[in-house]
Design a protein around this ligand. Sequence first.
Ligand code: ZN
Length: 232
Amino acid sequence: MSKEKETTKPTAIPEVDPTASVEEQIKQAELAAKLMELEIKRQELEAKGIEIQERKYHIQELKAKLADREISEKQVKEDREQQGRTIAQQEATDKYRYTVCTHKKGGLVSPRDQRVLSTGGNAAQYAVLKHQMINGDIWVRCLRCGKTWAPPVEKNFFFDAKGRQVAPVDGEFSKVKFEHAVEDYKRATMFETNNSMSTSVQCRFRIVDAETGKLIDATDLYREGISSTTLR
Ligand SMILES: [Zn+2]
């Protein structure tokens, strides 16, 4: 710290002169006792001063720690916001790529112009990969732009007043958008391609109905569980 602690000098306590008269010795002893008292007071004051200074340092330290924490919390918040923006940008970029892509094979690629690799070509055959999921659903992925078509799940077609996709409890189901997505998906499964379809081990998803005790189909549950996934 910048300011040095000011210390007062210890009081010199005179010795009683054994050769002096008794009265003189008493006076000297009284004086010594008074001086001793003063010295004790002085030391007490010094100790208090040190205590106060210590407390000040402690408070400064706490303040610095609080400031540090505030800064790091602010940093975390900013990082999170930045991440959110990056994800939103990525989504917007992906959406744009999906719309400009023909999802087809062919096209000319030159060292100078490789755009066709991400925007698709003009051949009759589609540059897509069809994959049969574990429950039998067919997913289609464009090898050029990465767009993935999967059976639409109703849960993902709820929108708020501003048209943003929200959880079912927070919005209304859009039948139009859902049916449009179903059509889009059906079209994608029929894309003509000579790429062979890959498959998974096939399973049926069923759960036991709590009321009847019978096995019921749980394909929708499976679809909902993986609806935010792509074949990337
Ligand atoms: Zn594509």
